[in-house]
Design a protein around this ligand. Sequence first.
Ligand code: PLP
Length: 420
Amino acid sequence: MNSIHTGVSRRSFMRILGAASAAATAFPAFGAVQQAAGAPAQTQGRRGLGGGDMGEMRHLSADTVIISSNENPLGPAQSALSAISTTAPMGGRYHQEETMKTVAVFNDLFGLKKGYLALTPGSGGPLDLALMSNIGPDKPLVYGDPSYEQGPRAADTMKAPKFPVPLTATYAHDVKAMLKAHPSPGAYYIVNPNNPTGTMTPKEDIVWLLNNKPAGSVVIVDEAYHHFSNDESVIDLVAQDKDIIVLRTFSKIYGMAGLRAGVAVARPDLLAKFNTVAPPARSLASISITSAAAARASLEDKQLVPLRRKINADVRSETLEFLEKHGYKTVPGSQANMFMVDVKRPGRDFQQAMLKENVAIGRTWAAMPNYVRVTVGTKDEMQKFQTAFVKCMDTPPGTVNGAAYLHLPEFHVPSELYRG
Ligand code: PLP
């Protein structure tokens, strides 16, 4: 098995040893919190340092509701925690068997041939490599607007021209306009469901783009939030050897953001191209055995996705109904664990006002400056959100004093590339 299959060479394993051991170290804390609460581990939230979609840049008070980074308040499944405790004692050795077993389970689930999958610590790192290996000064990036900022950030790194294309009236990626944006881009980046709107781009649109795009360009589909939706994945198009790279993560529905596991799925030649990205940006790091085992247990836990999809959809509907009933405008059609709401003032100011009420909500996007993104938390958290939201909306803009400043960078830094 080459380094693409396992996502690791011994040298690169050594490089990311810090990240791997952090995941392993996190294990006792997860277990302890869960035991103490007798309930899902992550309801306790995160109070430490981080950045953007990977956490706030300041310490939050213990009772702050954290619905800012599209994390899953339920944390890892019990099946995943058990798998971690079984494998952690083996952590003294460079086991690759766990990784290979998890790759095999994923391959079986999606009918993929050997060599079409890289298992990585989270999907942010491979997403960068998927983007960076296909764009450059003469190979532009075409992407939706508003959408996840990692696309344009990678374009900046690679000095690739950027072609943002507004979403359609239903907040889907406008594939026809994306095709017209440039005659020969290096890549089209589609986030489905989209971050920040949570809205879907129909699979037939992605198929249409693949069938009509110029030769030599790739379609990169980021399915980080896919499990929350009822739509079909596009992973089958990889199995058909199309020019497509699909990213998936265990950070969202599987509640493993801190444990770090994700996959890049593509033809072997497209995965091999990841190695053409120059260091230090290149870092397809290896995954810890505990994370590999937790990811596999999550995949094999057949109740997990349907159950969590329903929990998320129920809480999201209740929250959106509340907002609509009170006359607030939201972006319709979210099928993810987030939604956008119009706060009728600069979103950043509103974010600070909410923080003063101990509710950390998400950031805003230049294309929709008066909207903020809100992550769907637990029922209880969303009730606190509702109370704070109404209070802040009832307070005239510009009157918030003394709110602790929450510094949210425009986009997150994948931990694999983090130089903190
Ligand atoms: N893609 C999208 C659309 C995201 O929102 C995120 C994180 O929030 C990622 C990728 C990266 O997530 P991770 O590196 O935790 O897998």
